[in-house]
Design a protein around this ligand. Structure first.
Ligand SMILES: NC(=O)c1ccc[n+]([C@@H]2O[C@H](COP(=O)([O-])OP(=O)(O)OC[C@H]3O[C@@H](n4cnc5c(N)ncnc54)[C@H](OP(=O)(O)O)[C@@H]3O)[C@@H](O)[C@H]2O)c1
Length: 298
């Protein structure tokens, strides 16, 4: 029997690279990219600028049996400085894509973010009111609502801070990712100050990719629709995460120093605690390994 066909947008990015790997061989994967295809030669790479809504004709042409939509501009300062430009990809495209998927009855997973929350009332359940404080968070919140209005059978997966550990020049480790910079500092034995009052429930990109495929399975089998929190199992501060990473990877954590958000003046809002309550995903069967296990696995 031929493999079913999965279309992944943003397949060349950080999470996309892990998702392409995890989805095969169960799925035959077509990966959309804008600038440069990913390195996975088993993926059918197709170039498309998803800021242009007419590119949606591709969906009909490619005729996938499922879509996971990752493509986004998630650099929050860039979104703050370029709200109109980034709204095309972060907001208009997911909604238009959901309309196309409705038309063809294609299961759709859209990746949103814990930054739809303000950070003052965690842990957040799926039905907690959103209150985004950044342009990026507002775009994601509007996209979520638009996607689910257009295609109620879609799943909007709210992702946490994600990490991967490895060479900084690999797309699978995201060069500007917090963990990549942290690991480089640990390797070099450089002092590094990390917030002890900024709390997240992080997830490795490898496990996050498994979570998205799990969500796709739920959508296909009509076991869930709507919002789904795919956060990690443990709430930690960035400082605690740094110490845990050092211990898991055999580096000296004594160069890491705890500091407070209050010690720094920010140009944009930085939520203190956007941890999501993932009871729903757990009850449906998504049970990620402990954070310590995820940090040691790489
Ligand atoms: N990373 C995290 O910690 C995190 C946390 C919460 C939610 N998320 C969400 O998870 C998803 C994946 O994030 P990520 O970290 O993997 O992002 P990423 O590494 O920045 O990758 C973004 C992807 O989008 C593509 N893209 C950008 N502009 C495009 C355009 N105009 N047309 C078509 N494709 C375009 C990029 O393609 P090219 O590289 O070829 O330009 C790339 O494949 C996003 O929706 C993000 O908002 C991420």
């Amino acid at each position: 029997m031929p493999q079913p066909h999965l279309l992944i947008t943003g397949a060349s990015g950080f999470l996309g690279s892990w998702l392409c790997e995890a989805a095969q061989p169960q799925w035959q994967v077509t990966g959309l990219y804008k600038r440069q295809p990913g390195s996975d030669t088993t993926v059918n790479w197709v170039q498309a600028n998803l800021c242009e809504l007419e590119q949606l004709a591709l969906i009909t042409h490619l005729n996938p049996q499922a879509v996971i939509h990752l493509a986004a501009i998630s650099n929050t300062p860039y979104c703050e400085a370029h709200p109109d430009e980034t709204a095309k990809l972060n907001m208009d495209m997911p909604i238009a894509l959901a309309q196309t998927c409705t038309h063809h009855k294609i299961p759709l997973i859209f990746t949103s973010s814990d930054l739809v929350f303000d950070g003052d009332n965690s842990p957040y359940k799926e039905n907690a009111p959103v209150n985004p404080q950044t342009v990026y968070g507002k775009q994601k919140a509007q996209a979520e609502a638009g996607v689910l209005a257009a295609w109620p059978e879609a799943i909007v997966a709210r992702m946490p801070l994600m990490f991967a550990i490895g060479d900084s020049d690999s797309p699978k480790t995201a060069p500007n990712n917090f963990m990549t910079r942290l690991l480089e500092a640990l390797k070099a034995g450089e002092p590094l100050s990390l917030f002890d009052d900024e709390i997240r429930n992080p997830l490795s990109a490898k496990v996050a990719a498994q979570g998205l495929l799990f969500a796709l399975d739920l959508a296909i089998n009509q076991r869930h629709r709507g919002l789904l929190h795919l956060g990690g199992p443990q709430a930690v501060s960035r400082y605690q995460l740094g110490v845990m990473l050092a211990e898991a990877q055999g580096y000296d954590p004594s160069h890491l120093q705890a500091c407070s958000q209050d010690d720094v003046t920010f140009t944009m809002h930085r939520p203190k605690n956007v941890c999501t309550d993932c009871t729903l995903a757990h009850s449906l069967g998504f049970t990620p390994p402990s954070l310590a296990q995820q940090l040691a696995q790489h």
